[in-house]
Write a protein that binds this ligand. Sequence first.
Ligand SMILES: Nc1nc2c(c(=O)[nH]1)N=C([C@H](O)[C@H](O)COP(=O)(O)OP(=O)(O)OP(=O)(O)O)CN2
Ligand SMILES: [Zn+2]
Length: 139
Amino acid sequence: MYYLKTEQCFDAAHFLQGYDGKCHNLHGHRWRVVVEIKADTLQEGRQCRGMVIDFSELKHVLKDICDYFDHSFIFEKNSLRPLTLAALRAEDFCLREVPFRPTAEEFSRYIYETIQAKGYDLSRVDVYETPNNCASYGG
Ligand SMILES: Nc1nc2c(c(=O)[nH]1)N=C([C@H](O)[C@H](O)COP(=O)(O)OP(=O)(O)OP(=O)(O)O)CN2
Ligand SMILES: [Zn+2]
């Protein structure tokens, strides 16, 4: 089996609703995302001969996802009061609503499923919230 890895980072703010501790507060991270795909054969042909896929292609798939969240405020659906949300929107901040609690675990599954839906055979996605804390999702 062959394995290919690529990584990207994004900076964003979030908070964990209902969390009893400092992560209840609005705070930021530099999220580091490592994606690994697998294949049991390599491509034939000309451009991609001897490759699982071109690193450049995989890089762009992940970069598109990370760019969407970069320099945004990521919040869980229904976790902000309507007035708060309206005020943030009025400031024209980059807001990204997600249908899950924005933990490293949920992001690893979300990114896995988003890339899988594009037809890639993933083995795992690692999401680092800090250099020391990482959550992974695997098939
Ligand atoms: N299993 C998980 N636990 C926690 C998550 C998570 O996504 N999955 N997230 C958080 C908070 O987002 C928090 O920001 C994480 O950082 P923190 O606990 O502050 O970790 P540090 O290593 O930076 O701790 P320091 O004490 O500040 O050094 C909480 N838990
Ligand atoms: Zn956090």
